[in-house]
Design a protein around this ligand. Structure first.
Ligand SMILES: *Cc1c(COP(=O)(O)O)cnc(C)c1O
Length: 422
């Protein structure tokens, strides 16, 4: 199989080729529920593996420090135009290597070391790069953090406002990695305005839902939109920063020469293709199906007695608190993995356990929706999860093995984009 799909790689480096082939099989046969992951299309894969890789192009289209940019300029300009059109923004920078450097560029554009910045606390569902202590952003800047309400599991906007007015941060980040509910960008905008802060919407997780109209857009509410391109947006691993014209220069200068050298042109090409795909009617259908599947999976889990943070979901993501099941998140995640269901263990808000051994697991529907699974399959998925978590508690390996067979049998009729048919 690999020899046919990757003939040169198989001939040059059979050992590495065998790892790729094994990964293709794993991604084909397992139910991938990590909400930050997806399956890119064959077209995105092809674009990301081109000779554009060979070119150095520090600078921006029309303003480069190297010659021979005739084609590279067209690739990057196309990606930029598509990003502006899809997200309805004045300006887009498609060069950040990934989400974390994109956020670092935002700090470079708008803050000085030691300034106060504000974001959601990591254990509440925020991201490391929103000023959390172990991140450079939390040691070079003074991070102050907000969270969710204990009673509702939802962002406490009154507390956000109080903290913002008390601290007057240079930058406020909204968005995160484990937020199952809609973000009210308008509420954040009025808080940021009152506090005199630059507002950044980090929509890494939900960019595809926004593009497909399944989550409100931050455009028009925030100063900067930061996003990865490889989560619900279904592009290659990369990132974009988008903003109003007034911030365009500051953002561009921060990305290059402030933080990075040459852009990864093969990735820019993959981003352009993903943005083209995301502008099609089929992607609107996809984005809404991701949410419908998540809501159906949440309902099926609730029916089976699971506790969900905030009681459900508005988007692609579900945060399950396993405390009442008596199974730690890590034990459950590892058992699910043996059952062919790939999730990650995750802290839940106010988690009494340690981050490396927390109380929850995080689930998402972007990948299974890309394979064509729909709401009628979600009770089956919830059943597998329920049985696997019970089996984890009683060290019942036979049940896990049986589930693994059921999973791969169902998935064999839902081929994954970009993967060989087995
Ligand atoms: C994934 C993510 C990032 C970081 O992206 P990387 O590409 O992994 O560096 C930043 N912010 C949020 C909210 C994310 O979900």
């Amino acid at each position: 199989m690999t020899a046919r799909r990757h003939p040169a790689l198989s001939a040059t480096d059979p050992e590495l080729a065998s790892f790729v082939a094994a990964e293709e099989t794993l991604q084909a046969e397992t139910l991938r529920l990590i909400p930050s992951e997806n399956y890119v299309s064959a077209a995105v894969l092809e674009a990301s593996g081109t000779v554009l890789q060979n070119k150095y192009s520090e600078g921006y289209p029309g303003r480069r420090y190297y010659e021979g940019q005739q084609n590279i300029d067209r690739v990057e300009a196309l990606a930029v135009e598509r990003a502006k059109g899809l997200f309805g923004v004045d300006h887009a920078n498609v060069q950040p290597y990934s989400g974390s450097p994109a956020n670092l560029a935002v700090y470079l554009a708008f803050a000085e070391p030691g300034d106060t910045v504000m974001g959601m606390a990591l254990p509440m569902g925020g991201h490391l790069t929103h000023g959390w202590g172990v991140s450079a952003t939390g040691s070079w800047f003074r991070g102050v953090q907000y969270g969710v309400r204990a009673d509702s599991g939802r962002i406490d906007y009154d507390a956000v406002r109080e903290l913002a007015l008390a601290e007057r941060p240079k930058i406020i980040f909204c968005g995160g990695t484990a937020l199952p509910r809609t973000i009210d960008f308008g509420a954040f905008a009025s808080i940021a305005k009152e506090a005199g802060s630059i507002l950044v919407a980090d929509v890494a997780h939900i960019a595809g839902l926004i593009a497909g109209g399944a989550h409100p857009s931050p455009a028009g509410h925030v100063d900067v939109i930061s996003t990865t391109t490889h989560k619900t947006l279904r592009g290659p691993r990369g990132a974009m920063l988008m903003c109003r014209e007034e911030h365009a220069k500051a953002i561009d200068k921060a990305v290059f020469p402030g933080l990075q050298g040459g852009p990864h042109n093969q990735t820019t090409a993959g981003i352009a293709v993903a943005l083209h795909e995301a502008a099609q009617p089929a992607f609107v259908t996809y984005a809404h199906a991701v949410v419908a599947n998540a809501k159906a999976l949440a309902a099926a889990l609730l029916e089976r007695g699971f506790d969900l943070v905030s009681g459900g979901t508005d988007n692609h993501l579900i945060l399950v608190d396993l405390t009442s099941r008596g199974v730690p998140g890590k034990v459950a995640a590892k058992a699910l993995d043996r059952a062919g269901i790939v999730v990650n263990y995750n802290t839940v808000p106010f988690d009494p356990r340690k981050p490396f051994d927390p109380s929850g697991i995080r689930l998402g529907t972007p990948s299974l929706t890309s394979r064509g699974l729909s709401v009628e399959h979600m009770p089956v998925v919830a059943d597998w999860i329920s049985r696997a978590v019970a089996a984890a508690g009683s060290a019942d390996e036979r049940t896990l093995t049986a589930i693994r067979g059921e999973v791969s049998s169902l998935l064999s009729t839902f081929p994954a984009p970009g993967l060989p048919l087995s």
